[in-house]
Design a protein around this ligand. Structure first.
Ligand code: ZN
Length: 358
């Protein structure tokens, strides 16, 4: 199991914890041991369910229990997983969230089903190398997000979940066709100025989507017209098409401007960040949306935000409505045989993990 570093140190390496081990012996025999808990390896079981899927089971879950009961188990988990004590965490809401996570993860007692996930395919045109990142998520602590590129869009998919948004959902979506020009350094601290810029782009994106829909309707009309032999229609549709092409060309021109020289960056006043030592220069910013929801993934909603590219290994996202900031740092672990066999296989996997959660 790979665990993220302690919150909020996103640049620290991932931690590695064995959960079971297999002894291969002669005559194609093997024994399996569960390594969960603090009493050493004990009897376990692994079963291959179907292709790209297996399950683990512990046969001696009493080995996971501690003499001090649940209380001691929770405190030990908190110390290991968060590097903190309950007394450090003053915020009542945060205590609740952490307790929820403990109850959720410990209830399985190392009886888990594993499914294969692929790393995203990359192309030389990508803004940065796609892959896995550690990100700060306020009171939820650090979470794992997979960044992948899909033409004019980049997606951040949650690999770990929390009580609000489950794994598999798209936490951030970046609109690469809409770069944002941040205000000058002297106005960068002004939240309302940034907010105004972002909402303007949001309005522009909405207008472009409407135009695209109208154009598609227009094309459908003209296709219908074309299939009907003697109909002189199609003039209006052609006009809309020309206008649409112009917008598309304009958008393309902006993304082709390769990363400009780095510019100063500072978070606007009132925007909360888990760590104050985020980078103070950035390369480029884009308009994006971030997914927010109530506990149990109730009323999910995509809200406007700013994607900030710092360097090849770090990016950030300003959640405008939450007035909070997430900082993401690349996971530098080389996983073997984890590349998707094709782009289609990767897209299919993304769709599957998203539907598993809902
Ligand atoms: Zn066990």
């Amino acid at each position: 199991m790979y665990l993220p570093p302690h919150d909020p140190h996103v640049d620290d390496p991932m931690r590695f914890k064995p959960l079971f081990r297999i002894h291969l012996m002669e005559r194609k025999c093997a024994t399996v041991e569960c390594m969960y808990g603090h009493k050493g390896p004990h009897n376990g079981h692994i079963q291959i369910v179907k292709k790209d899927e297996f399950s683990t089971k512990c046969n001696q879950t009493d080995h996971h229990r501690m003499s001090g009961g649940r209380q001691e188990e929770f405190r030990t988990w908190l110390r290991e997983e968060w590097g903190r004590t309950l007394e450090d965490i003053f915020h009542e809401h945060m205590q609740e969230l952490i307790l929820m996570k403990f109850i959720y993860t410990s209830q399985y007692d190392n009886c888990l089903t594993y499914r294969r996930i692929y790393l995203p395919p990359s192309s030389p045109d990508d803004l940065i190398q796609p892959g896995l990142f550690k990100g700060t998520y306020g009171s939820h602590g650090l979470e794992i997000v997979m960044l992948s590129f899909h033409g004019k869009k980049a997606k951040g998919t949650k690999i770990t979940g929390d009580p609000n948004i489950p794994a598999g959902q798209q936490t951030v979506e970046i609109d690469l066709a809409h770069p944002l020009q941040l205000p000058d350094i002297e106005n960068l601290r002004d939240f309302s100025e940034l907010s105004r810029i972002v909402l303007e782009v949001q309005e522009q994106v909405r207008r472009e989507e409407q135009e695209r829909e109208q154009r598609q309707e227009g094309e459908e009309h003209s296709q219908q017209a074309a299939s009907q032999p003697a109909s002189p229609l199609g003039g209006g549709g052609g006009g809309e098409g020309a206008e649409g092409e112009e917008t598309a060309a304009g958008a393309e021109g902006t993304t082709q401007d390769k990363a400009p020289a780095s510019q100063p960056f500072v978070l606007p006043m009132g925007v909360i960040s888990r760590n104050e030592d985020y980078p103070r220069t950035c390369r480029i910013c884009f308009y994006g949306t971030g997914l927010i929801a109530g506990h149990g993934f109730t009323s999910p909603e995509r809200t406007p935000g700013v994607f900030v590219l710092f360097d090849d290994d770090r990016f950030g996202f300003i959640w405008l409505e939450l007035k909070s900031f997430s900082l993401y740092s690349r996971i530098k672990v080389s996983f073997q045989n984890a590349q998707a066999p094709s782009r289609e296989a990767f897209d299919e996997m993304l769709k599957n993990i998203q539907s598993l959660a809902t």
